[in-house]
Ligand binder design. Structure first.
Ligand code: T46
Length: 135
């Protein structure tokens, strides 16, 4: 089964432009407790390099593009996010990396929990131990 799970949002458009609506438990598959966005990341900067123990997220490039790598400890897959109507669903226990930010990239992320540093696994060896322990 693919690690990359995307959600395609309806674009509500008319002659004035386009609009996308995001609603918890409708087109976002969880209660939204937090929204953050990443911008002004240089093209040669990579981010992420961690997993979460208990967090669901949907990442949407609302402007520009960037590349995500997801890793479940067994395989790694990559996707370029560059359309405002596509969200990348990221479940718990997935190592994520973000690369190749375009200069204008604005990456918006909707999260199922409030910020908690204790939920992060920031060491790859610890991540591998955690996923092997769970399986
Ligand atoms: C993720 C990827 C896609 C907060 O104080 N509150 C927050 O809600 C967040 C997300 C971060 N922070 C602090 C923690 C760090 O001191 O902001 C700083 C930068 O966070 P971090 O280095 O974790 O950023 P990224 O871009 O590596 O990862 C972020 C999210 O943290 C992470 O959950 O899945 O984006």
């Amino acid at each position: 089964m693919s690690l990359i799970k995307t959600i395609e949002f309806d674009v509500l458009g008319d002659e004035r432009g386009s609009l996308i609506s995001l609603e918890q438990n409708r087109n976002i598959p969880f209660d939204i407790k937090r929204v953050y966005y990443i911008f002004d990341s240089a093209e040669d900067i990579s981010r992420g390099f961690h997993a979460h123990k208990d967090l669901q997220q949907v990442a949407i490039c609302v402007k520009g593009s960037c590349r995500f790598i997801l890793d479940d400890g067994k395989s790694r897959e990559s996707i370029v996010l560059g359309a405002q109507n596509i969200g990348l669903y990221i479940d718990s226990n997935k190592w994520r990396e973000m690369h190749d930010f375009s200069e204008d990239c604005v990456l918006m992320v909707l999260a199922s929990e409030t910020y908690d540093e204790a939920d992060y696994i920031r060491d790859y060896d610890d991540f591998i131990k955690a996923v092997n322990h769970d399986s």
